[in-house]
Design a protein around this ligand. Sequence first.
Ligand SMILES: [Zn+2]
Length: 301
Amino acid sequence: MKIESMSQQPSRREIARNAKPMVCYAVENLPPKKGGDGLYASLRTAATDGNASLVSSLVIPPCDARSWEVPAGHIWRIVCSHGPQVADMNCWSLRNPHERFYTSKTRQIHSTHLTTGDRLWSNMPYLRPMATIIEDTIAYGFDDDGAGVHDVIGSRCDPYTHNLMTGENKNDCCHSNLVRAALRDGLNEMDVHDVLNVFMCTGFTRDTNQYFAKPSPVEVGDYIEFIAEIDLLVSASTCPQGDVSVACGGGGEPRTYPLTVEIYKPNEGWLEGWGWSSSEVSGYGGDHGLTCNIVVDGAPS
Ligand SMILES: [Zn+2]
């Protein structure tokens, strides 16, 4: 009887297939942005409104990487200045390179693809906003294939996967570009981490859930812009795949272009006037149950 009544219950497989997806993290429960939504709306036009001024700029040559420092509260912009080109970006706390961009938690908190308002979170045990996207002129959303722009789902093109697939030794890839930049910054290959795929258009296929790319929709004049929530070292590689209109190993030489990086400094006291300040590390105490769950005679004390 028991077996019979149990068989009438839906199986765990059926329950899962019929259940509605639950979003895991309620973004509205995150601590509010310091300075409020009014500040972040104003940041989108801080430079054109005269609230921030350009203090430096640099060019990332094609198929290479460059690094730059951004003090907390400064703004950096990656500009499509010469032609359609994607970039792979890393960032670290300037004072502590162990604290770095944490793509998987950022993906869980926000989305597979980032846009204006989303934050770049750092790894545990810090887990705080390193930067916030304040403008994304592409604002692509998601197309009919489920593709979006600026993903945190893929990693970077690298010589190890290429070697697995072809047996070749190939150095012109974003990972190697980022490694050379890291070495110039006193870091090493182990500091290079999963990236924000700036301007890249990607998704997962509907039928097999495989990672795919499309030609980037970026046009000359487009940019993505961030405010540094802590002092940062940022690095970005101009991908040898260019705008990714040619599949890896698909034949044909992709056209590649430089990208321009601009760094802006807000006027003295402007951010503070809104109540903005640098983000703080996680408030978790860090005990991990090491001292509070001592078991005495089988019962928690
Ligand atoms: Zn690449």
